[in-house]
Write a protein that binds this ligand. Structure first.
Ligand SMILES: NC(=O)c1ccc[n+]([C@@H]2O[C@H](COP(=O)([O-])OP(=O)(O)OC[C@H]3O[C@@H](n4cnc5c(N)ncnc54)[C@H](OP(=O)(O)O)[C@@H]3O)[C@@H](O)[C@H]2O)c1
Length: 423
């Protein structure tokens, strides 16, 4: 007899590979699978279609199931289904980053009340193990910083723009044709997907509840080929970075494009590969990298979570204590608003070429007490305009907004074409 029985909700990209992988583990039996369309052809050898239902609540209500594996995605009805499963005392494994970012707090509280566990390794970095390491072998550490590439689509686009010197629009089309980007890529390219993952990752790493609505996010749609070229000249790569620091309980958390020094590991994480760099004490700095998505890689994490439950199931009345939510802090962590964050900046100013133009620009920076680290004047175009590239020393974000306003008002620049923070 199988040791645990699971009900699967979702048999798509991830669900299919979870199903296939579980065939190798006779101690886990899938009793039923909920899908949207039971008549759809499934790409699984000798598949028994009688196991399918389009009523996920039936899977939850089945008394045989001890574990519910949710791989449908989205907030509704996943939230209602998992709430019902936990209330019935079932353990949960999920890959649903959006659900956890938006409703993790209530789900974890409910789970603890009902003495069940929710495992979600796949929801952060697909196949890269990060939650289990943080909660177990890194448990002695005070983690103070996260810098991560958590979205394969955007990393693929940025890498291709760099390697092939192509524009964002051209590369996005290629990525869509190859299946690396969805027809509606908003969630990925606007940084939402990374922000969902970072919300949960920072909550676990800092042991401070972070609310998704407090995570600033900005995508890659405004990155131009010129920015990538100038980044290279200055010794950087542009990456969509999920960034968070925790300095004495004040949390700076955000997702946006960043100049990453070529000396850093993250600068060399290319195409669809993901990576998470953690800084903490006593470990120092550690980077885990690997496949952040894809059916097989994600199934590796989902099945790992299922097996963690299976190995302990029936051996104790309180399974996997280290993997449980142990938050002592509520959702009131002080979050530093983006305007108060401090960064170095890459600024690309579009200017009209004139005598004294650069002097006026540098005077404006001096008036705000912003030090310029590097200034590069680019070739003058036939319309007598040129780009001036400035790298600042560290300053508050709000000063950069003020300077943009002053430079425009005084006619020193035609526009601020790009502003990218430097890691
Ligand atoms: N794909 C990845 O690489 C990856 C990586 C990490 C995490 N994740 C997460 O894993 C989860 C699943 O992703 P996926 O790529 O496998 O999605 P998917 O390919 O779109 O599959 C979704 C599955 O859920 C089923 N479904 C949708 N709505 C349903 C409903 N109301 N009732 C019953 N079944 C329903 C679908 O049924 P039909 O088959 O009948 O349409 C399908 O089998 C998501 O939370 C995603 O964010 C995915």
């Amino acid at each position: 007899m199988s040791k645990i029985k699971i009900g699967l909700i979702g048999l798509g990209v991830v669900g299919t590979e979870v199903y296939n992988t579980l065939k190798n583990f006779p101690d886990v039996e899938i009793t039923g699978i909920a899908v949207k369309d039971t008549s759809k052809k499934r790409n699984i050898e000798n598949f028994d279609y009688s196991i399918l239902t389009d009523k996920p609540q039936d899977i939850i209500d089945n008394k045989e199931n001890n574990v519910i594996v949710e791989l449908m995605g989205g907030v509704h009805p996943a939230l209602e289904l998992l709430t019902s499963a936990i209330e019935k005392g079932k353990h949960v494994v999920t890959a649903n980053k959006e659900l956890l970012a938006k409703h993790g707090e209530e789900l974890f509280a409910l789970s603890e009340k009902n003495n069940t566990v929710i495992l979600y390794e796949a929801a952060i970095a697909g196949g890269i193990p990060i939650i289990m390491p943080i909660k177990t072998i890194l448990a002695s550490n005070k983690i103070t910083k996260i810098e991560a590439i958590l979205n394969g689509t955007t990393n693929y686009i940025l890498t291709n723009m760099d390697v092939n010197k192509s524009s964002y629009d051209v590369v996005l089309k290629q990525a869509q044709n190859l299946g690396y980007a969805e027809a509606n890529p908003t969630n990925d390219v606007e940084g939402l997907d990374s922000a969902y993952k970072l919300t949960t990752l920072a909550t676990i790493a800092f042991n401070h509840r972070v609310k998704f609505q407090n995570v600033y996010h900005e995508g890659i749609t405004k990155i131009k080929s010129e920015d990538i070229k100038y980044a290279n000249e200055l010794g950087y790569k542009i990456k969509l970075v999920a960034y968070a620091t925790n300095d004495s309980g004040k949390i700076d958390i955000r997702v946006h494009p960043m100049f990453v020094s070529k000396k850093e590991t993250l600068a060399h994480i290319d195409y669809v590969t993901n990576a998470v760099t953690l800084e903490g004490f006593p470990i120092g700095k550690i980077t885990l990298s690997g496949p952040g998505a894809g059916g097989l890689a994600t199934a590796s994490s989902v099945v790992g979570d299922i097996l963690s439950i299976e190995r302990e199931y029936g051996t104790t009345d309180y399974i996997l204590p280290m993997m449980r939510c142990n938050h002592t802090h509520d959702g009131n962590s002080e979050i530093i608003p983006i305007s108060e964050t401090e960064n170095k900046y890459y600024l690309r100013l579009h200017t009209i070429d004139r005598i004294g133009g650069i002097a006026d620009i540098t005077k404006t920076f001096a008036s705000k007490r912003i030090n310029i680290e590097t200034i590069l004047m680019k070739e003058i175009q036939s319309d007598n305009t040129s780009d001036i590239v400035i790298v600042t020393e560290k300053c508050k974000e709000k000063l950069i907004s003020e300077i943009e306003h002053e430079l425009l008002q005084s006619g020193c620049i035609k526009e601020l074409s790009s502003k990218i923070r430097i890691s």
